[in-house]
Write a protein that binds this ligand. Sequence first.
Ligand code: SAM
Ligand code: SF4
Length: 498
Amino acid sequence: MKFNYSKSNNYDKDKMDLISDIDIIIDEKVEVCDTKILPDNFKAGQRKLYIESYGCQMNFSDSEIVASVMQKHGFGTTSNVEEADLVFLNTCSIREKAEQTVRFRLDHLNSLKKKKPELIIGVLGCMAERLKTKFLEEEKIVDIVVGPDAYRDLPNLVERVDEGDKAVNVLLSREETYADIAPIRLNSNGVSAFISIMRGCDNMCSFCVVPFTRGRERSRSPESIVQEAKDLFSQGYREVTLLGQNVDSYKWAGEANKKETDLAIAQGKPAVTFANLLEMVAQISPDLRVRFSTSHPKDMTDEVLHTMAKYENICKYIHLPVQSGNSRVLELMNRTYDREWYIERIDAIRRILGEDCGISSDMIAGFCTETEEEHQDTLSLMEYVQYDFSYMFFYSERPGTLAARKYKDDIPMEVKKRRLQEIVDLQRKLSYQRNQRDVGQVHKVLIEGFSKRSQEHLQGRNSQNKVVIFPKGKHQKGEYVDVLVTDFTAATLLGEVV
Ligand code: SAM
Ligand code: SF4
């Protein structure tokens, strides 16, 4: 068998694979976030919308809701910005770099608008919510500013711009879940799809801007989630990922508003928990894989782990961001758990789901006042857990957050970057070791399509969320195959169907 890949002992090549697979910021030129563009889907005579999404999966998912809202009002989508009548940037505020990227993009769009003055430019998402009307003052080419809870209002806002005004709606809601809007899956491989099960976040981690940009936590009705998953399955999808900032705190007792949900539960009304929801989705079909993200260490229950163990089609992979391995830093971060608590949760995963369960994390290097010893605690925790992979960042102060108000961002940039590099280097070693364990084992792989680098090879994921590449034979996307892993890089498993 011949692969177009370097051998697994090619360390530099492995490093490159890993760096392109995990979102890292080491030097200023490396971009943090993924960007996605919705492809062509328009009829003759329709006004054309071009949407570019930055940041997390939640944003990509929201853009599909935006496309659906706009389509109902007669707009089609285009992947060619030059032919668009409307350009929407769905933005991310999580780190300074993410915001800079959007500013650069707006500079580019400026030249387009000069050629085509009737072009409407809208800024959506977290950056819109954070900056509100200030955006219109700072970026003259922007016509519409709309926050994550106001997408139903977009057609009205466009109408206002058509009439010659600028338009802003950044109202946050305690109830909006867009439960009744069927997202247009324009960005999908037709095999795996994302379903938002909740919105917002009530956690107030001190470094994080999300509670300010996405508002209060609220859950979506389980019926609407299960129906969406059933519809996807009947359209040929074979994997759904349930999305939320903190999926373990999902709960439903007949009310979207969390305050009312908590009250109803206190009064004895039965509630659907995240473990219940997982089970409901897993029962749709054994051929529908279920994933979820993100789990919060303070809320992840044994009940969820036992539900995962009970159903083969709930993937054995948990993204459990730790952020830091030191209890003092975790307290400053307001994560509400300490190192011991986190280790106990990892032990529970290993006890209930075994050594093969995939575990990944998010890490922040150089948070306010972090000492060298405390940084070493992060490294030793990584060794303890043996993460399969991690998303690694250095701390970026965000205006308005608790940390920005209370603590000095006092770790010099070169120290932050050096600590981040140490975390990245260790993760590379751990990923390599974890992948080495898979050699000689057979993995059930859901095929997602052709490998990025060869039409002769297919790629899919195993239950642990690792990419597996193998010669295509007569197989097709959407099929499950058993693959014997014969080789690996730090980012990918290589093998053959058995
Ligand atoms: N809700 C998820 C959780 O609690 O794990 C994560 C949401 S956030 C969109 C994704 C990751 O970005 C966080 O886990 C954290 O590692 C990172 N992040 C958030 N704020 C950051 C900041 N100010 N500087 C650097 N990284 C940050
Ligand atoms: Fe941000 Fe913490 Fe909420 Fe995650 S749990 S979105 S890090 S506040």
